[in-house]
Design a protein around this ligand. Structure first.
Ligand SMILES: *Cc1c(COP(=O)(O)O)cnc(C)c1O
Length: 396
């Protein structure tokens, strides 16, 4: 065979990229685009991206930091001491978890980047990662791109949207090196069931699996619920890391500010990979992140009041149209079963056609998401009211 025959051609994807699951929602997106082009006022409750601005004290810290030439150079890849110490202080005050600012925390350019890089740090071609299903897409995409296989851990509603770890086949557990879990959970809105983190620690110990707890929503909770850190579980630091993101709680999705905390050896390995891939987090963002973590909690509380109000609007409207939904105690999502006779996609299409409202089909987040849809609360109150009014009117 000549070289030319083995090459896929200029611009064609690698085999790894080709192995990514096909993007299923082109049809839905095409319909949204068509409607908007036709002048229809489509309200999107699809994406989870806070609509409110970043808190003023964080913006102010950024404005000051960005004007300082010392912060404009290549950043320290290990992270500024101010930010590592701010994370350590926050984990102590907020979660009662002791973090050594030197060895147990490194800033990341967002949780997504961090999780992707963890796959390359810990998985070899042919390796296995355990991934919550439904789950944030990089839990499966990261392993696939690293040449490994994601094995799905179905989140079982009967177990409070926790996976049944005793159902993981022995050969899968034996091969797995990573396990991705996330509470409060996207997309289900579930909070961690009592005792589940303890089960995870003993499972990980038994099978020598590095646990990655994606903590994107601990600060976004309702009805008095306070979310724990996975690292507060006895033994967690021996088997796991936590990825903490400022994106959702602090309205900072665009800033790309997160960190990985926990097991020092794992963090050292992650850092070794990371030094080969990126050049660190912009130092002005690091200082702004420190200001966010060390700042007042009032803005977070007001944000959570806003989401509670929106959640209640959505839950009440869904119940009126016959959807049996429970009100989530955390995250920015309402996760609900589709009405009988529908698939996730057919229901999302119906809502778009009838009400010009976009909801996310649950199957976007994995096979166990089939039969559900997700509504994001990150749209201003009056638009959420309008959207639920339309759903009431057209879907009752
Ligand atoms: C939004 C989200 C993230 C992304 O965090 P970034 O820090 O913005 O990359 C990670 N995990 C979950 C579960 C999310 O919902």
């Amino acid at each position: 065979m000549t070289n030319a025959e083995t090459k896929p051609g200029i611009g064609a994807p690698s085999k790894r990229l080709e192995a990514m699951p096909p993007y299923m929602f082109q049809e839905l997106e095409r319909r949204i685009a068509d409607k908007r082009a036709a002048g229809i006022d489509v309200i999107s409750l699809g994406i989870g991206d806070p609509d409110e601005p970043t808190y003023p004290h964080v913006v102010k810290a950024m404005q000051e930091a960005v004007a300082d030439g010392a912060n404009q150079k290549y950043p320290s890849n290990r992270g500024r001491a101010e930010l590592r110490e701010a994370f350590a202080g926050f984990y102590d005050r907020r979660f009662g978890v002791a973090i050594d600012a030197e060895s147990e925390v490194i800033p990341a350019i967002g949780a997504k980047e961090c999780i992707y890089n963890l796959c390359f740090a810990f998985l070899d071609p042919g390796g296995v990662a355990l991934a919550s299903d439904p789950g944030y897409p990089v839990y499966t995409g990261g392993p696939i791109l690293a040449g490994a296989t994601p094995e799905l851990l179905p989140l079982v509603p009967e177990l409070g949207f926790a996976p049944d770890l005793s159902a993981v086949p022995a050969d899968v557990a034996a091969k797995a090196r990573l396990m991705f879990i996330n509470y409060p959970n996207n997309p289900t809105g579930a909070v961690v069931p009592d005792g589940f983190f303890e089960l995870v620690v003993s499972f990980a110990r038994e099978h020598e699996i590095l646990v990655v707890h994606d903590n994107a929503y601990s600060e976004t909770t309702y009805d008095g619920y306070v979310a724990p850190s996975f690292l507060a579980t006895p033994g967690a630091k021996e088997v796991g890391v936590e990825v903490f993101s400022l994106s959702k709680g602090y309205n900072m999705t665009g800033w790309r500010c997160a960190a990985i905390l926990g097991n020092a050896e794992a963090i050292q390995t992650y850092w070794r990979l990371k030094t080969n891939v990126d050049s660190g987090l912009f130092e002005a963002v690091q200082l702004a992140g420190a200001a966010a973590l060390g700042g007042p909690s009032g803005p977070l509380e007001r944000m959570n009041e806003t989401y509670t109000r929106r959640r209640d609007l959505v839950v009440a409207a869904l119940r009126e149209i016959g959807v049996e939904v429970s009100a989530p105690k955390g995250t920015i999502y309402v996760w609900a079963p589709v009405p009988k006779g529908h698939t996730s996609t057919s229901f999302a299409e119906l809502v778009l056609e009838e009400a010009a409202v976009v909801v996310s089909p649950g199957s976007m987040y994995g096979p166990s998401g089939e039969g559900f849809f997700r509504i994001s609360l990150t749209t201003p109150d009056e638009r959420i009211s309008e959207a639920v009014e339309r759903m009431r009117e057209h879907l009752s």
